[in-house]
Design a protein around this ligand. Structure first.
Ligand SMILES: [Zn+2]
Length: 84
């Protein structure tokens, strides 16, 4: 039987098991964080600059800028996850 010590806004919970060990019972979003990190890293690394050029040529600057902004946001999120 574990005892819940703290429930975060995201629903992550800090608990203590019957042996006194404190642990985190992660919410679904935080359980998925490592997978999301890897997926985002792959998405950004696999997005070649030619894709942005292609978007600019085929769909105009607005769509190309959307891709650039999304890529920059993804890079910032990855850096934040690395503690940078
Ligand atoms: Zn959480």
């Amino acid at each position: 039987m574990s005892k819940t010590l703290v429930i975060k806004a995201c629903k992550c919970m800090v608990k203590r098991d019957s042996g006194g060990q404190v642990y985190i019972d992660y919410c679904p979003k935080h359980k998925a964080a490592p997978d999301m990190y890897e997926a985002l890293e792959k998405l950004i690394n696999d997005l070649p600059d030619c894709t942005i050029d292609w978007a600019r040529d085929g769909m105009g600057n607005t769509n190309a800028n959307c891709i650039v902004n999304s890529r920059d946001s993804g890079k910032a999120a990855l850096a934040k996850a690395r503690g940078e």
